[in-house]
Design a protein around this ligand. Structure first.
Ligand code: PEP
Length: 252
């Protein structure tokens, strides 16, 4: 089964004003975008509703996080059910900034993932190793240990609503992109692990996208790799070059 190329923009805690938000939307709404690509943008939660209205309908909206409980006394949280009710189809979970700065364990990420999928969301599930872990040669082990709790909680059918984002921590926001060989090897390892731990069908149909300093300059080569099904883009998703990344598969 062909896997539809996927490009996500993770705005993180940006833009910092409604004016900047409008400028980003203008670029995306006026651009010529490859319609064979699924495009998703993830603004801060305060802009989710306005972007649902403002951005062209072919671009989907994602939250950057949600909680595992559906309602109750959880100050500051947003539930998957609320996102679904608001018309938001995607959520990013397990981003390395959530794992490190906000101490989310792989078990917490797994609970959130299950809650999100059960509520009807699709999940961009982030995994990735630190520089020390890559240098110690344990990348595959680390990524498997991040996926294992998710695999334990999900049913096989739930995987149709998961996009895995492989994001080496050392490449996020650093300008140091993984080499095509490093990206292909890890994506291939993740697919092999899914095949062993879930099923061959899930391994073949699940999109595994790469994130970490993707730019207009490096995206074309990465997009040709057999196990790279798209990108999760941070910094460059706020700039006009995001359009070039969305169109990275297009022959000029
Ligand atoms: C990210 O935050 O998901 C990311 C990949 O960031 P950047 O593209 O800036 O490295």
């Amino acid at each position: 089964m062909a896997r539809k190329f996927f490009v996500g923009g993770n705005f993180k805690l940006n833009p910092v004003s409604r004016e900047q938000k409008k400028a980003i939307v203008k670029v995306l709404n006026e651009a010529e975008l490859d319609d064979a690509v699924e495009v998703v943008i993830a603004p801060p939660s305060i802009y989710l509703l306005s972007l649902l209205e403002l951005v062209r309908p072919s671009i989907k909206i994602s939250a950057q996080n949600c909680y595992s409980k559906s309602s109750g006394a959880f100050t500051g949280e947003i539930s998957a059910a609320q996102l679904v009710d608001a018309g938001v189809p995607y959520v990013i979970l397990g981003h390395s900034e959530r794992r490190t700065l906000f101490h989310e364990t792989s078990e917490i990420v797994a609970e959130k993932t299950k809650a999100a999928v059960d509520a009807g969301l699709s999940v961009i599930l982030c995994v990735g190793e630190s520089l020390a872990e890559r240098e110690a040669g344990v990348t595959a082990k680390v990524v498997e240990s991040q996926l294992e709790p998710v695999i334990k909680l999900l049913n096989e059918k739930d995987w149709s609503n998961i996009v895995i984002a492989y994001e080496p921590v050392w490449a996020i926001g650093t300008g140091k992109v993984a080499s095509p060989a490093q990206a292909q090897e890890t994506h291939h390892d993740i697919r092999a692990y899914l095949s062993k731990a879930v099923s061959q069908d899930v391994a073949e149909s699940t999109r595994i996208i790469y994130g970490g300093s993707v730019s207009a300059k490096n995206c074309k080569e990465l997009a040709t790799l057999p196990d790279v099904d798209g990108f999760l883009v941070g910094g460059a998703s706020l700039k006009p070059e995001f359009v070039d990344i969305i169109n990275s598969k297009k022959v000029a």
